[in-house]
Ligand binder design. Structure first.
Ligand SMILES: NC(=O)c1ccc[n+]([C@@H]2O[C@H](COP(=O)([O-])OP(=O)(O)OC[C@H]3O[C@@H](n4cnc5c(N)ncnc54)[C@H](OP(=O)(O)O)[C@@H]3O)[C@@H](O)[C@H]2O)c1
Length: 340
């Protein structure tokens, strides 16, 4: 098989396409001939040496694929060779062949393309899980979405639109605001030139919001808590602030970690606030839950309520350019890798 390898921690130049023997599916697994694989911010952080969950380099990362089943392990039922599928995989997705437990593999609707199929699992399950399982999003709620023009951000905006009268505030670079509005963002905010907490307060008459989806971490978690109105909730689901430029910066790591707010149940009780954490990569043991959420998302896709926005499609040989696109903050929506 051909795969995109992270040969060591570093800039995009450490990526290399290499050949190795095809993986063989074990009991309960299927092998997928990958037609498209999603590139996620976590994988950019893995390349930078900033993602503790990733395997040690040299390694192949990639959390999601769309393709065709081409081999079945023992005891697999409900899937067959030749079937078009999408899957959540725990690494190894940036390859033209990957094995996955059948419980995390779902048949794809006939009219869903491989590119769009590869853009659904991570971004949409993360957003869906946060909004509907962890937060119980209600009509009329005010939601602050950070990294709003990224893959998860756009998924969250589209899903917010499925609940009546939800008001969304999305932080993103100014050049992306027109598209954010198209995707349903009520109030795009340019966090680079504006003090976003002040802007959110102004837009809400000083009241703040009900829900903050925060993948930035560090000082932004503190700012987000300050924006919650009573009964508000902050969901921490990433630490993008650790990543700046192409390489790891120790000074930045220390600065961001010392900015993390220290909370106790007592503080949260007094404030009527909730802080929740979400990490899809640590939900692997809950295949039932991931499958249920992915199934609901495919129903939403069939109804037209969600549509992945593809920023660009890159061959494995162009993986460094794909990583740069995310690291340099140029993407709007999903970056997808294809084997050729
Ligand atoms: N916990 C989970 O299970 C889970 C699952 C998926 C993703 N995540 C997290 O969610 C976040 C978004 O992931 P994604 O894959 O949707 O992102 P993405 O598509 O790669 O979004 C990248 C965009 O985020 C913005 N951004 C803000 N701060 C940034 C920074 N420090 N470095 C680079 N870009 C920055 C940039 O847009 P602007 O120019 O508009 O700022 C950039 O274009 C990441 O932190 C990721 O780790 C967590």
């Amino acid at each position: 098989m051909r795969a995109v390898w992270i040969t060591k921690a570093g800039g995009p130049e450490v990526l290399a396409v290499r050949e190795s023997p095809d993986p063989q599916p074990g009991p309960g697994e299927v092998r997928i001939a990958v037609h498209a694989a999603g590139l996620n911010f976590a994988e950019v952080m893995a390349r930078q040496g900033l993602y503790p969950d990733a395997p040690r380099p040299p390694c192949v990362v990639g959390y999601e694929v769309a393709g065709v089943v081409d081999a079945l392990g023992a005891e697999v039922t409900g899937l067959e060779a030749g079937q078009r599928v999408l899957a959540l995989v725990r690494f190894g997705g940036h390859a033209d062949a990957v094995c996955a437990p059948a419980e995390r593999v779902l048949p794809m609707p006939d009219d869903l393309s491989f590119t769009d199929g590869a853009a659904l699992p991570v971004n949409y399950v993360t957003a869906y899980h946060m909004l509907f399982r962890v937060a119980n999003l209600r009509p009329g709620a005010r939601v602050l979405v950070h990294m709003a023009a990224g893959g998860v951000g756009i998924a969250a905006l589209q899903l917010c639109r499925t609940v009546p009268d939800v008001v969304t505030f999305g932080t993103a670079s100014a050049g992306k605001h027109a598209i954010l509005r198209e995707e349903g963002c009520t109030h795009p905010i340019d966090y680079r030139t504006e003090d976003y907490p002040a802007r959110v307060r102004e837009l809400t008459g000083g009241e703040g919001v009900d829900l903050v989806l925060d993948p930035l971490g560090g000082r932004d978690w503190k700012r987000g808590l300050g924006l919650l109105r009573p009964v508000g909730q902050l969901i921490a689901y990433g630490f993008a602030n650790l990543s700046t430029g192409e390489r790891r910066s120790i000074r930045r790591l220390i600065g961001q970690f010392t900015g993390v707010p220290l909370l106790t149940p007592y503080t949260m009780m007094g404030r009527n606030q909730t802080v929740s954490g979400v990490n899809l990569g640590h939900l692997w043991g809950r295949a039932d839950l991931l499958r249920e959420e992915l199934t609901s998302l495919l129903d939403l896709w069939r109804s037209g309520a969600v549509r992945p926005r593809i920023d660009g499609v890159y061959s494995f040989e162009q993986a460094a350019a794909a990583h740069r696109r995310l690291g340099e903050r140029r993407n709007i929506g999903k970056v997808v890798l294809v084997p050729r």
